[in-house]
Design a protein around this ligand. Structure first.
Ligand code: ATP
Ligand code: MG
Length: 432
């Protein structure tokens, strides 16, 4: 057997027992007659002690010849030692070198040495051997799972929709074209049209987690060209509040789960999380502009709220839901407020000074939807498959989308969203 125990499973009470541990060579310390091998596995580190004279010379030679980050399996006796990390060390009886690492390493794994993000991404597998990096992806995993867990308990069905599509969701130009046999197709920028069509199916509440692709040429610390969206759509709502209650619940649950499941990871990242309490503060767009004005930030009614505006708003309220946006800055499917069509039932959720989610109640009336598309100079012909779903019984519905990497970035307190993606795709990066 290559491994009987992880480092975390061994305690000083194992004194005298034989175990087999396996992992990477984190460090070799040579102090003359005694050599220490610090072995790292998924759970932590364990110290192997090799004293010349106490063990076979060949074992001492093996340790001396090891390079850092080589993969080894070590069988030996656990010896209680209060001076060793964890209160024990292992005296080897057998060392199996499973894979020797080349030296020098292209990326430093020593936690005290900082490396450029670009180099780290080039050698992500080495980068992930540092616990402050693997902590991010464990947290991302819990964010993703708890999103699904919460909504499943609320009666949502997890649905799967295509990533290869023929039409732009937002009618925009930020699409990656691909060749699809004799036709042109695109990588999907959002599951929007499909989740709306599902509202005409009787499923009522759906959730979708999917990669999305946006060919925006931005090169910011909060945008990726490939990212993961966590979406819901819910039917039979009276207004946008029918979907907002789930974003409050989901975000509150995600934070609670991260605090519960990722204590160790949050400690490694030096994070203390405040769990956002339900209900979240809501301001209409117009009220938000007033708050900003008092802070000396003037935004013309009808303009989008820029990043510095989002930061300033969260200094007053965190988290914050901004509702009732000007119709013209939101997507065509957002429902205009009946009687006041200049504003619509769209909203954004801001946390720690950044947008993590957008959504809206949607137009569910076929004629209104078509005329709204025409008003925006979109060609309804290109959306026939979608529009048809509004002809045969489409209930009122609303939904939203959270960016998984965006939320992980906020929760982990990262400097760059690329740190929350194993292999990010940005304006210049396509490998690895
Ligand atoms: P932003 O204004 O921050 O650029 P957006 O309004 O264009 O975002 P939406 O279409 O509302 O984005 O997408 C839903 C969510 O997906 C956003 O709230 C955000 O959390 C996330 N998101 C959007 N674009 C990106 C991107 N390029 N990279 C990573 N996450 C993104
Ligand atoms: Mg948005």
């Amino acid at each position: 057997m290559l491994r009987t125990h992880y480092s975390s499973q061994i305690t000083p009470q194992y004194d005298g027992k034989t175990v087999t541990v396996a992992g990477w060579v984190a460090k070799i310390r040579d102090i003359g007659k005694v050599k220490f091998l610090i072995l790292r596995d998924k759970e932590g580190e364990v110290q192997i002690i090799a004293k010349k004279g106490d063990i076979l010379d060949s074992l001492v030679d093996t340790i001396t010849s090891l390079t850092r980050e080589s993969v080894v399996s070590v069988t030996g006796k656990v010896i209680k030692n209060k001076d060793a990390p964890g209160g024990f060390e292992i005296v080897p009886e057998k060392i199996n070198v499973l894979a020797k690492a080349e030296a020098p390493l292209p990326l430093e794994t020593d936690p005290n040495i900082k490396s450029e993000l670009d180099t780290r991404i080039n050698f992500r597998y080495l980068d992930l051997r540092r616990k402050e990096v693997s902590a991010i992806f464990r947290i991302k995993d819990v964010v993703h799972r708890s999103f699904i867990k919460y909504l499943e308990a609320e009666g949502f069905i997890l649905a799967h929709v295509p990533c290869v599509v023929s039409a732009a969701t937002e009618g925009g130009t930020n699409l990656f074209p691909i060749s699809y046999f004799e036709n042109e197709a695109f990588l999907s920028q959002s599951p929007q049209l499909y989740k709306q069509m599902l509202m005409a199916s009787g499923l009522d509440k759906v959730l979708i987690v999917t990669p999305v692709f946006r060919a925006e040429e931005h090169n910011t610390t909060r945008h990726l060209n490939e990212s993961t969206q966590m979406d819901i759509e819910v039917a039979f709502v009276e207004d946008e509040q029918g979907a907002l209650k789930y974003i409050e619940g989901a975000v509150n649950f995600i934070y609670k789960e991260v605090v519960k499941e990722c204590k160790e990871q949050l400690k490694i990242l030096g994070r203390t999380l405040d769990i956002p309490l339900v209900p979240f503060k809501q301001l209409t767009y117009t009220e938000a502009l007033d708050v900003l004005k008092k802070d000396g930030i003037n935004i013309k009614w009808g303009d989008d709220i820029p990043p510095e505006g989002e930061r300033a708003l969260c200094k007053n309220f965190n988290p914050l839901l901004v509702t009732k946006w000007p119709t013209d800055v939101r997507a065509f499917y957002s429902m205009p407020e009946p009687g006041n069509e200049k504003i619509c039932r769209a909203y954004d959720l801001l946390i720690d000074g950044m947008e993590i989610s957008s959504g809206a109640q949607r137009i569910h009336n076929y004629n209104i939807l078509v005329s709204e598309m025409k008003r925006r100079k979109m060609n309804p012909k290109n959306f026939e498959f979608y529009l048809n779903a509004f002809k045969y019984g489409m209930p009122p519905h609303a939904g939203w989308s959270i960016g998984l990497e965006r939320l992980t970035y906020i929760i982990c307190g990262l400097k760059n969203i690329r740190e929350a993606m194993l292999w990010p795709r940005d304006r210049t990066r396509l490998t690895p």
